[in-house]
Design a binder for this molecule. Structure first.
Ligand SMILES: [Zn+2]
Length: 342
Protein backbone atom coordinates (compact mmCIF):
# COMPACT_ATOMS: atom_id res chain seq x y z
CA UNK A 1 0.00 0.00 0.00
CA UNK A 2 2.82 2.39 0.96
CA UNK A 3 6.53 2.17 0.10
CA UNK A 4 8.71 0.67 2.81
CA UNK A 5 10.58 3.82 3.78
CA UNK A 6 7.34 5.52 4.89
CA UNK A 7 7.54 3.89 8.31
CA UNK A 8 9.73 6.90 9.14
CA UNK A 9 6.65 9.07 8.58
CA UNK A 10 4.79 6.91 11.12
CA UNK A 11 7.69 7.35 13.54
CA UNK A 12 7.65 11.15 13.24
CA UNK A 13 3.84 11.38 13.57
CA UNK A 14 4.08 9.17 16.65
CA UNK A 15 6.88 11.26 18.16
CA UNK A 16 4.80 14.41 17.64
CA UNK A 17 1.81 12.75 19.31
CA UNK A 18 4.17 11.64 22.09
CA UNK A 19 5.13 15.27 22.56
CA UNK A 20 1.44 16.07 23.06
CA UNK A 21 1.11 13.11 25.47
CA UNK A 22 3.83 14.69 27.61
CA UNK A 23 1.56 17.69 28.01
CA UNK A 24 -1.34 15.36 28.88
CA UNK A 25 0.77 13.45 31.42
CA UNK A 26 1.96 16.65 33.06
CA UNK A 27 -1.26 18.63 33.08
CA UNK A 28 -4.19 16.20 33.36
CA UNK A 29 -3.44 14.68 36.79
CA UNK A 30 -2.76 18.20 38.09
CA UNK A 31 -6.19 19.31 36.91
CA UNK A 32 -4.63 21.81 34.50
CA UNK A 33 -6.28 22.64 31.20
CA UNK A 34 -4.75 21.13 28.06
CA UNK A 35 -5.53 24.28 26.08
CA UNK A 36 -4.47 26.99 28.54
CA UNK A 37 -1.73 28.12 28.53
CA UNK A 38 -1.52 27.31 24.86
CA UNK A 39 2.25 27.14 24.78
CA UNK A 40 4.28 24.58 26.64
CA UNK A 41 6.54 25.80 29.38
CA UNK A 42 9.59 24.55 31.24
CA UNK A 43 8.39 22.84 34.44
CA UNK A 44 11.31 24.45 36.33
CA UNK A 45 11.56 28.07 35.23
CA UNK A 46 8.13 28.33 33.53
CA UNK A 47 9.71 29.97 30.49
CA UNK A 48 7.48 29.58 27.48
CA UNK A 49 9.09 27.20 25.03
CA UNK A 50 9.79 28.24 21.47
CA UNK A 51 9.38 26.19 18.34
CA UNK A 52 13.02 25.11 18.44
CA UNK A 53 12.45 23.64 21.90
CA UNK A 54 9.48 21.61 20.71
CA UNK A 55 10.82 19.43 17.92
CA UNK A 56 9.99 15.89 19.02
CA UNK A 57 13.01 13.73 19.95
CA UNK A 58 15.58 16.15 18.53
CA UNK A 59 15.13 19.08 20.92
CA UNK A 60 15.75 16.94 23.96
CA UNK A 61 18.77 15.25 22.36
CA UNK A 62 20.35 18.43 21.02
CA UNK A 63 19.91 20.25 24.32
CA UNK A 64 21.26 17.19 26.13
CA UNK A 65 18.16 16.95 28.30
CA UNK A 66 18.48 20.45 29.73
CA UNK A 67 16.28 23.51 29.57
CA UNK A 68 17.77 26.11 27.23
CA UNK A 69 16.89 28.89 29.67
CA UNK A 70 17.50 27.69 33.21
CA UNK A 71 19.83 24.77 32.42
CA UNK A 72 17.85 22.57 34.77
CA UNK A 73 17.60 18.97 33.62
CA UNK A 74 14.41 18.03 31.79
CA UNK A 75 13.14 14.60 32.79
CA UNK A 76 14.15 11.79 30.47
CA UNK A 77 10.46 10.88 30.50
CA UNK A 78 9.83 13.56 27.86
CA UNK A 79 12.21 11.87 25.46
CA UNK A 80 11.16 8.34 26.39
CA UNK A 81 7.45 9.01 25.83
CA UNK A 82 8.19 10.51 22.39
CA UNK A 83 10.42 7.60 21.48
CA UNK A 84 7.99 4.89 22.64
CA UNK A 85 5.01 6.52 20.93
CA UNK A 86 7.03 7.04 17.75
CA UNK A 87 8.17 3.42 17.84
CA UNK A 88 4.62 2.11 18.31
CA UNK A 89 3.26 4.24 15.47
CA UNK A 90 6.09 3.00 13.24
CA UNK A 91 5.28 -0.63 14.08
CA UNK A 92 1.55 -0.25 13.34
CA UNK A 93 2.34 1.76 10.20
CA UNK A 94 4.56 -1.08 9.04
CA UNK A 95 2.13 -3.84 9.95
CA UNK A 96 -1.08 -2.32 8.57
CA UNK A 97 0.03 0.07 5.81
CA UNK A 98 3.16 -1.54 4.37
CA UNK A 99 2.95 -5.29 5.09
CA UNK A 100 -0.84 -5.28 5.29
CA UNK A 101 -3.62 -3.06 4.03
CA UNK A 102 -5.82 -1.98 6.87
CA UNK A 103 -5.66 1.78 7.38
CA UNK A 104 -8.57 1.78 9.87
CA UNK A 105 -6.80 -0.71 12.09
CA UNK A 106 -3.59 1.32 11.79
CA UNK A 107 -5.35 4.49 12.97
CA UNK A 108 -7.33 2.81 15.76
CA UNK A 109 -4.33 0.88 17.07
CA UNK A 110 -2.01 3.89 16.90
CA UNK A 111 -4.39 6.21 18.76
CA UNK A 112 -5.18 3.54 21.34
CA UNK A 113 -1.48 2.89 21.85
CA UNK A 114 -1.00 6.62 22.46
CA UNK A 115 -3.75 6.58 25.10
CA UNK A 116 -2.16 3.51 26.71
CA UNK A 117 1.23 5.23 26.89
CA UNK A 118 -0.36 8.24 28.61
CA UNK A 119 -2.20 5.87 30.98
CA UNK A 120 1.01 4.04 31.89
CA UNK A 121 2.92 7.19 32.75
CA UNK A 122 0.14 8.94 34.70
CA UNK A 123 -0.56 5.75 36.63
CA UNK A 124 3.11 5.17 37.47
CA UNK A 125 3.59 8.74 38.64
CA UNK A 126 0.25 9.71 40.16
CA UNK A 127 -1.57 6.39 40.64
CA UNK A 128 -4.52 7.57 38.61
CA UNK A 129 -5.68 7.12 35.05
CA UNK A 130 -7.69 10.17 34.00
CA UNK A 131 -11.21 9.40 32.77
CA UNK A 132 -10.56 11.24 29.55
CA UNK A 133 -7.82 8.78 28.62
CA UNK A 134 -10.03 5.78 29.37
CA UNK A 135 -12.98 7.29 27.53
CA UNK A 136 -10.83 7.99 24.47
CA UNK A 137 -9.89 4.31 24.11
CA UNK A 138 -13.54 3.27 24.20
CA UNK A 139 -14.37 5.89 21.58
CA UNK A 140 -11.50 4.79 19.29
CA UNK A 141 -12.72 1.18 19.46
CA UNK A 142 -16.37 2.01 18.83
CA UNK A 143 -15.47 4.51 16.09
CA UNK A 144 -13.38 1.90 14.27
CA UNK A 145 -16.27 -0.56 14.48
CA UNK A 146 -18.78 2.03 13.30
CA UNK A 147 -16.58 2.96 10.34
CA UNK A 148 -16.34 -0.69 9.32
CA UNK A 149 -20.10 -0.92 9.54
CA UNK A 150 -20.78 2.23 7.52
CA UNK A 151 -18.36 1.35 4.74
CA UNK A 152 -20.09 -2.01 4.47
CA UNK A 153 -17.11 -4.19 5.16
CA UNK A 154 -18.01 -7.80 4.73
CA UNK A 155 -19.75 -9.26 7.72
CA UNK A 156 -19.70 -5.94 9.51
CA UNK A 157 -22.93 -6.63 11.38
CA UNK A 158 -21.37 -9.71 12.84
CA UNK A 159 -17.93 -8.24 13.04
CA UNK A 160 -16.39 -5.00 14.23
CA UNK A 161 -19.10 -2.89 15.90
CA UNK A 162 -21.01 -5.61 17.80
CA UNK A 163 -17.66 -7.20 18.60
CA UNK A 164 -16.34 -3.88 19.93
CA UNK A 165 -19.40 -3.51 22.17
CA UNK A 166 -19.05 -7.12 23.32
CA UNK A 167 -15.35 -6.53 23.99
CA UNK A 168 -16.12 -3.46 26.08
CA UNK A 169 -18.63 -5.46 28.13
CA UNK A 170 -16.20 -8.36 28.57
CA UNK A 171 -13.41 -5.98 29.65
CA UNK A 172 -15.64 -4.18 32.16
CA UNK A 173 -17.10 -7.46 33.40
CA UNK A 174 -13.79 -9.21 34.05
CA UNK A 175 -12.08 -6.36 35.92
CA UNK A 176 -15.21 -5.29 37.78
CA UNK A 177 -15.80 -8.95 38.65
CA UNK A 178 -12.31 -9.18 40.18
CA UNK A 179 -12.98 -5.99 42.16
CA UNK A 180 -16.34 -7.32 43.33
CA UNK A 181 -15.11 -10.79 44.31
CA UNK A 182 -12.05 -9.32 46.01
CA UNK A 183 -14.27 -6.98 47.99
CA UNK A 184 -16.60 -9.84 49.01
CA UNK A 185 -13.86 -12.32 49.85
CA UNK A 186 -11.23 -10.10 51.48
CA UNK A 187 -13.10 -6.95 52.37
CA UNK A 188 -10.49 -4.93 50.46
CA UNK A 189 -10.42 -2.82 47.34
CA UNK A 190 -8.98 -5.29 44.85
CA UNK A 191 -9.00 -3.19 41.70
CA UNK A 192 -8.86 0.49 40.94
CA UNK A 193 -11.80 1.97 39.11
CA UNK A 194 -9.42 3.43 36.55
CA UNK A 195 -8.34 -0.10 35.71
CA UNK A 196 -11.96 -1.19 35.14
CA UNK A 197 -12.57 1.73 32.79
CA UNK A 198 -9.30 1.08 30.97
CA UNK A 199 -10.23 -2.60 30.50
CA UNK A 200 -13.49 -1.45 28.91
CA UNK A 201 -11.56 0.62 26.36
CA UNK A 202 -9.09 -2.19 25.70
CA UNK A 203 -12.02 -4.56 25.12
CA UNK A 204 -13.61 -2.23 22.58
CA UNK A 205 -10.37 -2.07 20.57
CA UNK A 206 -9.07 -5.64 20.93
CA UNK A 207 -12.52 -7.32 20.86
CA UNK A 208 -13.50 -10.04 23.34
CA UNK A 209 -10.90 -12.72 22.63
CA UNK A 210 -8.04 -10.27 22.14
CA UNK A 211 -8.98 -8.48 25.36
CA UNK A 212 -9.00 -11.69 27.37
CA UNK A 213 -5.61 -12.72 25.98
CA UNK A 214 -4.21 -9.26 26.78
CA UNK A 215 -5.46 -9.55 30.39
CA UNK A 216 -3.63 -12.87 30.62
CA UNK A 217 -0.47 -11.18 29.32
CA UNK A 218 -0.98 -8.38 31.87
CA UNK A 219 -1.11 -10.84 34.76
CA UNK A 220 2.02 -12.57 33.46
CA UNK A 221 3.91 -9.29 33.00
CA UNK A 222 2.68 -8.10 36.38
CA UNK A 223 4.01 -11.20 38.08
CA UNK A 224 7.43 -11.00 36.43
CA UNK A 225 8.02 -7.25 36.50
CA UNK A 226 6.20 -6.77 39.81
CA UNK A 227 8.55 -9.10 41.64
CA UNK A 228 11.56 -7.35 40.11
CA UNK A 229 10.14 -3.96 41.04
CA UNK A 230 9.55 -4.96 44.65
CA UNK A 231 13.07 -6.40 44.88
CA UNK A 232 14.61 -3.23 43.48
CA UNK A 233 12.53 -0.97 45.72
CA UNK A 234 13.20 -3.11 48.79
CA UNK A 235 16.90 -2.84 48.11
CA UNK A 236 16.64 0.91 47.61
CA UNK A 237 14.60 1.21 50.80
CA UNK A 238 17.12 -0.87 52.72
CA UNK A 239 20.02 1.34 51.66
CA UNK A 240 18.00 4.41 52.62
CA UNK A 241 18.37 3.05 56.14
CA UNK A 242 15.28 1.65 57.76
CA UNK A 243 12.72 3.80 56.06
CA UNK A 244 9.58 2.60 57.68
CA UNK A 245 6.83 1.28 55.54
CA UNK A 246 3.94 3.67 55.99
CA UNK A 247 1.57 2.19 58.53
CA UNK A 248 -1.52 0.74 56.92
CA UNK A 249 -4.01 3.44 57.71
CA UNK A 250 -7.35 2.07 58.71
CA UNK A 251 -9.18 2.92 55.57
CA UNK A 252 -12.75 2.13 54.70
CA UNK A 253 -13.01 -0.17 51.71
CA UNK A 254 -15.57 0.87 49.15
CA UNK A 255 -19.11 -0.20 49.96
CA UNK A 256 -20.68 -3.00 47.93
CA UNK A 257 -23.48 -0.66 46.94
CA UNK A 258 -21.06 1.90 45.55
CA UNK A 259 -19.19 -0.81 43.65
CA UNK A 260 -22.45 -2.03 42.10
CA UNK A 261 -23.58 1.47 41.23
CA UNK A 262 -20.23 2.42 39.68
CA UNK A 263 -20.09 -0.87 37.74
CA UNK A 264 -23.52 -0.18 36.25
CA UNK A 265 -22.38 3.35 35.46
CA UNK A 266 -19.34 2.03 33.57
CA UNK A 267 -21.41 -0.47 31.57
CA UNK A 268 -23.78 2.33 30.57
CA UNK A 269 -20.79 4.64 29.90
CA UNK A 270 -22.09 7.26 32.33
CA UNK A 271 -18.48 8.28 33.03
CA UNK A 272 -17.94 9.00 29.32
CA UNK A 273 -21.20 10.94 29.00
CA UNK A 274 -20.33 12.70 32.26
CA UNK A 275 -17.19 14.19 30.73
CA UNK A 276 -19.52 16.30 28.60
CA UNK A 277 -22.12 16.71 31.36
CA UNK A 278 -20.14 17.07 34.62
CA UNK A 279 -23.36 17.55 36.63
CA UNK A 280 -24.58 14.17 35.44
CA UNK A 281 -21.25 12.60 36.40
CA UNK A 282 -21.48 14.15 39.84
CA UNK A 283 -25.06 12.99 40.28
CA UNK A 284 -24.19 9.35 39.55
CA UNK A 285 -20.64 8.95 40.85
CA UNK A 286 -20.79 11.58 43.58
CA UNK A 287 -17.63 13.36 42.50
CA UNK A 288 -16.55 15.99 40.02
CA UNK A 289 -14.74 14.37 37.07
CA UNK A 290 -12.34 17.29 36.72
CA UNK A 291 -11.49 17.88 40.37
CA UNK A 292 -8.47 15.72 40.90
CA UNK A 293 -7.21 15.94 44.43
CA UNK A 294 -4.14 17.94 43.68
CA UNK A 295 -1.55 15.25 43.44
CA UNK A 296 2.04 16.31 43.63
CA UNK A 297 4.79 13.75 43.51
CA UNK A 298 6.33 15.01 46.74
CA UNK A 299 3.14 14.76 48.73
CA UNK A 300 2.71 11.05 48.76
CA UNK A 301 5.12 8.16 48.71
CA UNK A 302 3.65 4.80 47.79
CA UNK A 303 4.39 1.89 50.10
CA UNK A 304 7.17 -0.44 49.07
CA UNK A 305 4.73 -3.07 47.91
CA UNK A 306 2.28 -0.77 46.19
CA UNK A 307 2.08 -1.73 42.54
CA UNK A 308 -0.53 -0.20 40.31
CA UNK A 309 -2.04 -2.81 38.02
CA UNK A 310 -2.96 -0.28 35.33
CA UNK A 311 0.48 -0.16 33.69
CA UNK A 312 0.50 -3.94 33.29
CA UNK A 313 -2.98 -3.90 31.83
CA UNK A 314 -1.77 -1.34 29.32
CA UNK A 315 1.45 -3.27 28.58
CA UNK A 316 -0.56 -6.46 28.01
CA UNK A 317 -2.77 -4.64 25.52
CA UNK A 318 0.23 -3.14 23.70
CA UNK A 319 1.93 -6.55 23.57
CA UNK A 320 -1.18 -8.09 22.05
CA UNK A 321 -1.52 -5.32 19.47
CA UNK A 322 2.10 -5.72 18.38
CA UNK A 323 2.30 -9.53 18.43
CA UNK A 324 -1.30 -10.32 17.52
CA UNK A 325 -0.32 -12.44 14.49
CA UNK A 326 2.06 -14.86 16.22
CA UNK A 327 0.00 -14.97 19.45
CA UNK A 328 -3.22 -15.92 17.67
CA UNK A 329 -1.40 -18.41 15.45
CA UNK A 330 0.07 -20.06 18.51
CA UNK A 331 -3.29 -20.10 20.30
CA UNK A 332 -4.97 -21.62 17.25
CA UNK A 333 -2.32 -24.30 16.93
CA UNK A 334 -2.63 -25.04 20.62
CA UNK A 335 -6.42 -25.12 20.38
CA UNK A 336 -6.51 -27.49 17.42
CA UNK A 337 -4.01 -29.77 19.14
CA UNK A 338 -5.93 -29.71 22.42
CA UNK A 339 -9.21 -30.49 20.68
CA UNK A 340 -7.69 -33.09 18.37
CA UNK A 341 -8.04 -31.06 15.20
CA UNK A 342 -11.65 -30.05 15.57
ZN1 LIG B 1 13.75 26.09 32.41
Amino acid sequence: MFPEWTWVVGLMIGAAIGSFLNVVIYRMPRGLSLGEPKHSFCPNCRTQLRTADLVPLFSWLLQKGRCRHCQNPIAARYFIVELITGGLFAVFWWQHLIAGQDPVKCVVYSLTAAALVAAIFTDLQFFIIPDQINASMLIFGLAGGTYALLTGQEGAWMGPLPAAVAGALVGTGVLWGIAFLGRLAFGKDAMGHGDIKMARGIGAVLLPVGALVSFGLAVFLGAVLGVLQILVRKKAAATAAAEEEPAEEDYEPESIGSLLKCGLGYVLCFDVIGLFLPKFYEWWFGENPFAYESVEEEDWEPGVTTIPFGPYLALGALALMIFQGPIFEWLQAYWSQATGGL
